[in-house]
Design a protein around this ligand. Sequence first.
Ligand SMILES: NC(=O)C1=CN([C@@H]2O[C@H](COP(=O)(O)OP(=O)(O)OC[C@H]3O[C@@H](n4cnc5c(N)ncnc54)[C@H](O)[C@@H]3O)[C@@H](O)[C@H]2O)C=CC1
Ligand SMILES: O=C(O)[C@H]1O[C@H](OP(=O)(O)OP(=O)(O)OC[C@H]2O[C@@H](n3ccc(=O)[nH]c3=O)[C@H](O)[C@@H]2O)[C@H](O)[C@@H](O)[C@@H]1O
Length: 471
Amino acid sequence: MAPVKVTKICCIGAGYVGGPTCAVIALKCPHITVTIVDLNQARVDAWNSPDFKLPIYEPGLDDVVRQARGRNLFFSTDVDKGIKEADLIFVSVNTPTKKSGVGAGFAADLNYVELATRRIAHVSESSKIVVEKSTVPCRTAESMRTILEANSKPNCRFDILSNPEFLAEGTAISDLFGPDRVLIGSLQTPEGKDACASLAGVYSNWVPTNRILSVGLWSSELSKLAANAMLAQRISSVNALSAICEATGANIDEVAHAVGYDSRVGNKFLRASVGFGGSCFQKDILNLVYLSESLHLPEVAAYWRQVVEMNEYQKKRFSKNVVDTLFNTITGKRIAVLGFAFKADTGDTRESAAITLIKDFQAERALVNIYDPQVEHNQIWADLTEAIPNTPLENIKKQVTISASALEACKGAEAVVIATEWKEFRDIDWALVYEGMNKPAFVFDGRLIIDAEKLRKIGFKVKTIGRGERV
Ligand SMILES: NC(=O)C1=CN([C@@H]2O[C@H](COP(=O)(O)OP(=O)(O)OC[C@H]3O[C@@H](n4cnc5c(N)ncnc54)[C@H](O)[C@@H]3O)[C@@H](O)[C@H]2O)C=CC1
Ligand SMILES: O=C(O)[C@H]1O[C@H](OP(=O)(O)OP(=O)(O)OC[C@H]2O[C@@H](n3ccc(=O)[nH]c3=O)[C@H](O)[C@@H]2O)[C@H](O)[C@@H](O)[C@@H]1O
């Protein structure tokens, strides 16, 4: 048997990964028809919207969709048709942390993966390559194979591949155009290797072949969890050091620069912050913790759990610092929170540090003005309602407002908290902000983006994460 030449791809899940990933495949492979399917009608409608108001904000994405949509890129809610017609199917559905049952709070909820897999088995009338794109625990591909083989029609065979995604939000398109690597895991059988070659054939339309890595299935699945755990571990390490800097007068930027200059360490991902957020770091580490515990490796589990605990500590430390600095009480005081997304250049708020900070400020009975250039207001209210339990939205709204600009958010405030590193926060007219604030006017920079000296000259009292200077 020779590798199948892929001509029709279906992607199940039109989210942050499925959408951009398969839009780029369509752009780079005009000879392949790519259909992205999702059960969420509103999401599919947004992908199909005539004015390209796409459901996710990602720099460069609308340009890709404009070029390929209607040519060889399609979005649909007809999941069955998409599956039936494809010779290769990406499963790119969500795998959130389980909220209840065995492993609640740690294990990945594989319900969506299983439902999608069962649907593939149920409707397929020909053989398919099924690609696990979602981030999943080690050996999930085996469960998928068992489900597919137990439910398939006699003339269908399924080859399962693992092809985890490494894109970061905000840079998804450039990450997909020039990935550090594309990882493909397969069974090391002749059929498994053929399936791997078929998928490698798709990527090789634009990715140099030396960046396409073929490994075993389980190594591929574990590598994805490992990559995220090690990236998050770097942030927790630098954040742990930021606490020492604040206590000693050292400067975390200087420390990170000096340490990162060592080529063995490298200078990326050493930026101290108010804490990492995003849909995956915490989820994937907790998944690794659960896996380690299931494998009776408690010391390994404790090691990785500490990365998440340090992140929680960093967020709490930051909000406590705000309360302590504002003379030990923020009750009735107005605090402007600049940024609500979990990082710049995305409208995604999942696990954003801003949510924890606002929850803490709300608990201290402060008044909070939020401004974010991308996040939809409805999303902010939904996140706060979920984060602040047993409090109806109308009560939250008595303490929290959303502003149309950074300047407006800061008006009448005692303190400004920078929670997301949006570039525009660097360029605000800080003198004007100062005029509109109550005095003394404080700025807490949780993202190391402002020029503290310049602001001090204006009159602000400034506290920066990882810097031990007095305000
Ligand atoms: N968000 C990110 O930057 C990255 C995410 N990942 C992983 O990729 C996976 C997907 O993540 P996101 O795209 O962020 O999730 P998402 O929640 O944005 O999108 C998942 C989509 O799948 C759809 N879906 C669920 N079950 C379905 C079914 N049976 N049939 C059709 N559609 C179905 C949902 O309606 C949703 O629109 C997760 O496993 C995540 O860990 C990996 C790398 C980066
Ligand atoms: O599996 C995933 O979902 C993805 O998770 C991360 O991507 P993402 O969460 O989109 O964004 P990152 O740039 O990694 O940032 C994550 C969080 O860490 C924070 N961060 C990042 C870098 C840094 O030096 N300091 C720091 O605090 C960011 O502000 C953000 O809150 C990984 O970078 C991707 O490789 C991976 O594919």
